[in-house]
Design a protein around this ligand. Sequence first.
Ligand SMILES: *[C@@H]1O[C@H](CO)[C@@H](O)[C@H](O)[C@H]1NC(C)=O
Length: 261
Amino acid sequence: MLSTALITLLLATSTIAAPAADYKLPTSSTPPTSTALPTGLPASCTTETKANPTLFSALTLAPNAVDRLALISDADLVFKFNDPCRLQGVAKGLGGNVTRADHASFPALTTQKGSVAVGFLSPCGFNTPHVHPRSSELNLVIEGSLFAQFVAENGAVFRSHTLNKFDMTVFPQGAIHTEFNPLCTPSTFVASFPDEDPGVGQIAQEFFGLTDEIVQGALGGDVNVAGQDIDAFKGKLPVNVVKGVESCLKKCGIKKREVAA
Ligand SMILES: *[C@@H]1O[C@H](CO)[C@@H](O)[C@H](O)[C@H]1NC(C)=O
């Protein structure tokens, strides 16, 4: 009885609220409201390649694998790493990009326990030091070569090596690691993770994101670094993937402020 009254009331309210008289269907000459492309996409993209959060939610709620698979179309099963119109799961800077298929950008991975990133590094391109909080990483070079370093934890031996085409290395979970293309030609790597959502934290951005006083204290106080320098730093940290390290830029004759093609 009570619920019938409530429904009647809701129906009545929605009828009153509907702006029936003022509503016009958009005509073909009416420009869509959001024609502006999100910043960061090349002009050749007419639209952004979007992940599908609704699909991700449905896959998460599916009671079993058969039902889950039924929700995934053939198109949903293909992830294009070289799609220039993708923003989600992409770290893009002057030195190239790292494009990641995790369960957010590629929902078909849901419950499959792994993810993959492809790093496209321009000449001297530099994937700045970072950690994956929830996963180790296998890193396989498929074009060019990489200079890689990592430090796993306090007290652990510092590691450093060069990977040539079809060489692979492993970065332990939580290790601070970095990959740098020492060549004047592009290098490409495939990174695989035994987790659908490995996560990534760029060390400089994370560290300098802390309160100035904390950062200064950690760096040895004002004997070592002035407070205003920390502020100046914060605003100027480059977006990953970075253009390179000095010696490589010099060797390849690349100007520091030159924009990547
Ligand atoms: C990343 O770089 C590769 C190689 O240049 C390119 O094919 C791809 O479209 C780029 N992805 C994005 C999102 O810019």
